[in-house]
Write a protein that binds this ligand. Structure first.
Ligand code: DLL
Length: 435
């Protein structure tokens, strides 16, 4: 595929120039925040840092870090940096516990965010000739509105489907020849399953690319989606706090996501000591929004565990790349003292020929953690012979033990008996109430 860019000058800018640009923007942004956000000004004052101390990106580490707890403390207006009458939009996280995070946007913020999503669509091969089916949720969740705006900017014919109603998704996809699908990877897999059931072969499906993100997914899952839908599947990353999808996006090389670092300055820190780690180290991703006006978070801790790399990319983009997030520093499960990431379970399932339809249930009995994994049988493995089921469960548990270091109880359940998700999949049910 020929390399195309949405904003070529920025996307291929020499690294030294990007860094200069970031330094200039950072100085202005720190001043804007210090002057307009008393909450952050207090944090800076407590640390003894003044805006004049930040002369460029090398001084970034001097600024205080922000966490989700700060956002909850400051809810709803405490981190707002513009008068409300200059804001045109709010979006919010899908969090179900405690106060939600509410992010504010000026019209310029919306524009820049949509540009970021447009860069992702063009990197996936999109142009005004494409029909872009947006099946992320619309509303407070950023997925639908973000990709919808990006699709408009590119000039694609946009199908604002939102998530759900899979029958209708398939009907519009086929009747209107959708060429790009945007949704969560779990929903893409579900749509693929439904298409297959209806007898569609990959070559019958008009799609050529998918832009999937908002949750962790493995390379194995990518391969499976690509095969079922007959497409190339691209990853996209973002979070409500930094605007939404489009903080970073994958290009044709598919070896990590380019961060839109003219707008978002990335760091990796040690989640325990908060020390900034050198490039290439694994740690927690921290973002500073360089251009956002209404909700400009400085040094926001994402809790996503990640690695950054400036290795030259064959697509011609010079923007730094982040690896697929390798789990979160906060949703990692600790079961009987062992760290478990749901993505590890998924990797095992796909390797063993199962679909990634599973649910982890953790509980505590007699002061000991219980660890159960419910896994759907696939139609081709389906059997009602108890001895065969037991043997399969044992084999899967063994493979998981090898990967994780602890033994789960695996339960094979009937195909399609685990509730499907139209948004983010619910992979973990933790009944221990440890917090
Ligand atoms: O999930 C924004 C988004 C929408 C991204 C559509 C991509 C596509 P939140 O609901 O605030 O925002 O959740 C943000 O989701 O900190 C990650 O832990 C996770 N996440 C987002 N994208 C990816 C990805 C949206 N590509 C949180 N891979 C983030 C793995 C992801 N995890």
């Amino acid at each position: 595929m020929e390399n195309r860019y949405y904003q070529k000058e920025i996307e291929t800018m020499p690294v030294e120039e990007i860094k200069r640009l970031q330094s200039e923007k950072l100085k202005k942004q720190v001043k804007h925040v210090y002057e307009n956000v008393p909450y952050y000004r207090n944090l800076m004052d407590e640390k003894g840092v003044k805006p004049e101390d930040i002369k460029g990106i090398d001084d970034l580490h001097k600024l205080p870090l922000l966490t989700k707890a700060d956002l909850r403390d400051a809810y709803p207006y405490g981190l707002l940096a513009k008068p409300l009458d200059e804001c045109v939009r709010i979006q919010s996280t899908s969090g179900t516990t405690g106060r939600r995070v509410v992010a504010f946007y000026t019209q310029k913020d919306v524009d820049l965010w949509e540009d970021c999503c447009a860069r992702a669509i063009v990197a996936a091969g999109g142009s005004k000739k494409d029909v872009c089916q947006v099946a992320y949720g619309y509303g407070l969740f950023t997925g639908g509105p973000g990709l919808n705006g990006g699709s408009h900017k590119v000039g694609c014919l946009t199908l604002p489907m939102s998530s759900g109603n899979t029958e209708r998704q398939i009907q519009f996809m086929m009747d209107l020849n959708a060429t790009i699908l945007c949704c969560t990877p779990s929903y893409a897999a579900y749509i693929g399953e439904a298409l297959k059931e209806q007898g569609y072969r990959p070559e019958d499906i008009p799609l050529k690319a998918g832009i999937f993100g908002a949750e962790a997914w493995t390379e194995e899952m990518r391969k499976q989606i690509e095969e079922t839908l007959g497409i190339k599947a691209y990853d996209i990353y973002g979070l409500t706090e930094t605007s939404g999808p489009g903080v970073s996006f994958e290009c044709s090389e598919q070896t990590g996501m380019h961060i839109n670092e003219d707008h978002f300055l990335a760091e990796i820190i040690d989640p325990d000591t908060e020390e900034v780690l050198p490039e290439g180290s694994k740690g927690e991703l921290v973002f500073t929004a360089l251009d956002k006006e209404a909700f400009p978070l400085l040094r926001y801790r994402t809790r996503d565990i990640c690695v950054l790399s400036r290795k030259k990319c064959s697509c011609g983009r010079t923007l730094i790349k982040m690896a697929k997030p390798m789990g979160r520093s906060d949703d990692m499960l600790i079961i009987r003292g062992v760290n478990v990431f749901p993505s590890q379970i998924e990797t095992v399932l796909l390797k063993e020929g199962y679909e990634p339809n599973y649910q982890i249930v953790v509980d505590r009995q007699n002061n000991t953690d219980t660890f159960d994994v419910n896994v759907e049988m696939t139609p081709d493995k389906f059997t009602d012979k108890v001895s065969e089921i037991l043997a399969m469960e044992k084999a899967l548990a063994g493979a998981m033990k090898t990967m994780l270091g602890i033994n789960p109880r695996v339960h094979l359940v009937a195909p399609k008996s685990i509730a499907r998700s139209e948004g983010k999949a619910v992979r973990v049910v933790d009944k221990r109430n440890l917090i």
